[in-house]
Design a protein around this ligand. Structure first.
Ligand code: HEC
Length: 152
C-alpha cells in the first residue's frame, strides 16, 4: 500500500470518529434537555386563576388572618395543630371553590368564621392566593369540580 493511500484511510477513520463523537454529544444534549424539561414541567406552578394584583392582595389577607394557624406558606399545623395544610400536601385542593368559600365564611370546629371579618373580595383573593400553591394537575381537577360549585 502506498503512503498516500494509508494517509487517506487514516483521515477517513478520524473523520468517522469525529462524526461518532458529534452524534454522542448531540444525543447527550438531547437527553439532558429532556430531563431538564421533565423537572421544569413537574415543578411548574399551577396557572394562577386571577390577576397578579388580586393574588398579591390575597397574600396580604392570608398573612394577616390565616398564616397564624395554617403556616406562612400553607404548610399547616402552626399555632393550631389541627389546622390542615392549604398547600398541595393535604386535602385542601379536593374542595370546590364554593365549598372553600363557605368554609372560610362559616368557619369550622376550631377555625373562626370570617363572614363578619373579611369582605367578599378578600375571601375570593385569599382562595386564589393559596391555590397558587397547588400543582397544575390538582388545580385542574379542583377547577373541573368547581364548575358545579363555583364561588358565589
Ligand atoms: C385559629 C386557627 C385558624 C385560623 C386563623 C384559620 N384557620 Fe382555617 N382551619 C383551621 C382548622 C383547625 C381547620 C380544620 C377544620 C376545623 O376543625 O375547624 C381549618 C380548615 C380550613 C380549610 C379546609 C382545609 C381542608 O383541607 O379541608 C380551609 C380551606 C381553611 N381552613 C382556610 C383558612 C383561611 C383562608 C383562613 C384565613 C382567612 C383560615 N383558614 C384561618 C384553623 C384556622
Amino acid at each position: 500500500m502506498g503512503k498516500r493511500r494509508i494517509q487517506i484511510i487514516q483521515q477517513r477513520r478520524q473523520a468517522q470518529k469525529r462524526k461518532k463523537a458529534l452524534i454522542y454529544m448531540a444525543a447527550g444534549i438531547g437527553i439532558i434537555g429532556l430531563l431538564a424539561y421533565g423537572i421544569w414541567n413537574t415543578s411548574r406552578l399551577a396557572e394562577p386563576l386571577a390577576s397578579e394584583t388580586l393574588i398579591a392582595f390575597g397574600a396580604q389577607v392570608y398573612s394577616n388572618n390565616c398564616a397564624v394557624c395554617h403556616g406562612e406558606n400553607g404548610e399547616g399545623h402552626a399555632s393550631t395543630p389541627l389546622a390542615p395544610a392549604l398547600n398541595d400536601r393535604e386535602h385542601a385542593w379536593h374542595h370546590a371553590d364554593g365549598q372553600l368559600q363557605e368554609l372560610i365564611l362559616e368557619g369550622g370546629i376550631e377555625m373562626p368564621a370570617f363572614e363578619e371579618i373579611l369582605e367578599d373580595q378578600e375571601v375570593v383573593a385569599v382562595i386564589r392566593y393559596f391555590q397558587t400553591w397547588w400543582q397544575a394537575s390538582q388545580l385542574d381537577t379542583q377547577q373541573a369540580r368547581s364548575v358545579s360549585d363555583p364561588l358565589r
